[in-house]
Design a protein around this ligand. Structure first.
Ligand SMILES: NC(=O)c1ccc[n+]([C@@H]2O[C@H](COP(=O)([O-])OP(=O)(O)OC[C@H]3O[C@@H](n4cnc5c(N)ncnc54)[C@H](O)[C@@H]3O)[C@@H](O)[C@H]2O)c1
Length: 343
């Protein structure tokens, strides 16, 4: 097991990569715990979980909203919780986003932690203290920055995930190599087949390495005023595609990254040789690269991005494998640039 520490303004979080779900009680100080758990995960693993106050939630993006928050709050009140109650979220990104939000606002904040059960959650969603819910087509528009007390990333539970949810997580893993660490990109390239076969040691390494990179970036800039913006690589178009076509987050981000990589190549930041190398790895990892989208709708949708500033956006491009750059573009400039891409 390896530890990664994330320091937030309100709280410091320790992520235990490779810890087992059965050991969760080692990390909870208060026995008065309420669990918010993904229903599917509960059905598979209930025999290994030893809790009596459980709220089951169907993890669906369309249900990550205030209505679900209200339903959970009602149940917390039924359980007669108080400010010392610990809230444990067990599930993927939908559950960790909901748990972090409720833990931050319920009774003005109670202690909370996560057992993260999807690859996307372990390498991204459950790390860094962003939480939130969607509202009226705007993704994660209501939320806070607040780190959980701890996160457990048990690699063993990933084996019950569907292949599409593994691919979904791999998209965020490759992102770290592309924007931050060329050696990590080399590692992914060298071990792509073991990654797809879910080789435990290799997966544990990529979860650890991804957590470490995200922690390094968040520790420098928790509230995304500067360097944390690079983690949005692929997310500008990705979020618009996710909202418009209902694709899984990682898959939409994968297509968004391809658009950014093509633009980086067009602008001569990324050589043709490196561009081809990246595309080959996307192919090998079965990452989606395009979708037949309605350009008008996607560019309208980009304006719903909560990261927009006036009539433009900070857009992340690659300078090299392992090196990213933040550029300011108006929506018109971005659209003109986009038109130069060839598919
Ligand atoms: N806060 C952040 O920084 C951040 C970053 C990225 C993504 N997100 C959010 O994360 C969410 C997506 O997360 P996700 O991809 O983990 O999706 P998810 O939470 O919906 O889980 C995916 C599916 O896997 C199932 N599942 C979970 N664990 C399982 C297991 N071990 N075995 C079998 N099935 C299992 C769930 O029931 C669900 O059907 C989105 O809402 C996105 O906005 C947040």
């Amino acid at each position: 097991m390896k530890k990664v520490e994330i320091e937030g303004k309100l709280n410091t979080s320790i992520i235990y990569v490779g810890e087992k779900i059965d050991n969760v009680w080692k990390y909870i100080k208060n026995k008065n715990t309420v669990v918010l758990i993904d229903s599917k995960f509960y059905n598979i693993y209930k025999k290994r979980l030893n809790f009596d106050k459980i709220i089951k939630i169907d993890s669906e993006e369309r249900k990550k909203n205030l209505k679900t928050v209200t339903r959970i709050v009602k149940k917390l009140i039924d359980f007669q919780v108080d400010r010392k109650t610990f809230i444990l979220g067990i599930g993927g990104g939908v559950i960790t986003d909901l748990t972090g939000f409720i833990g931050s606002v319920f009774m003005r904040g109670v202690d909370f932690g996560f057992i993260t059960t999807t690859l996307l959650g372990q390498v991204d969603a459950a790390l860094g203290g962003k939480n939130g819910v969607n509202y009226d087509g705007y993704k994660n528009i209501i939320g806070t920055f607040n780190q959980p007390d701890f996160g457990i990333s048990d690699i063993n539970v990933l084996k019950t995930l569907s292949e599409e949810h593994i691919i979904n997580g791999i998209a965020e893993v490759i992102k770290y190599g592309l924007i931050y660490d060329s050696e990590f990109f080399d590692f992914i390239e060298k071990n792509y087949d073991e990654i797809l076969e879910l080789n435990k040691d290799i997966i544990e390494h990529i979860v650890y390495k991804s957590s470490k990179i995200k922690a390094d970036v968040v520790n420098e800039d928790e509230e995304e005023k500067n360097i944390r913006k690079i983690l949005n690589f692929g997310h500008t178009f990705g979020h618009a595609i996710e909202r418009e076509y209902g694709l899984l987050h990682g898959k939409a981000v994968s297509i968004g990254m391809i658009i950014s990589i093509k633009l980086s190549n067009k602008l001569d930041y990324i050589s043709e040789k490196k561009y081809q190398r990246i595309i080959k790895l996307f192919d090998l990892l079965k990452l989606p690269q395009s979708i037949d989208f309605d350009e008008e709708k996607i560019f309208e949708n980009l304006k719903k991005d909560k990261k927009k500033e006036d009539d433009g956006i900070k857009f992340i491009l690659l300078k090299d494998i392992g090196k990213s750059v933040i550029k300011n573009y108006s929506f018109d400039e971005l659209r003109n640039l986009y038109k130069q891409i060839t598919w």
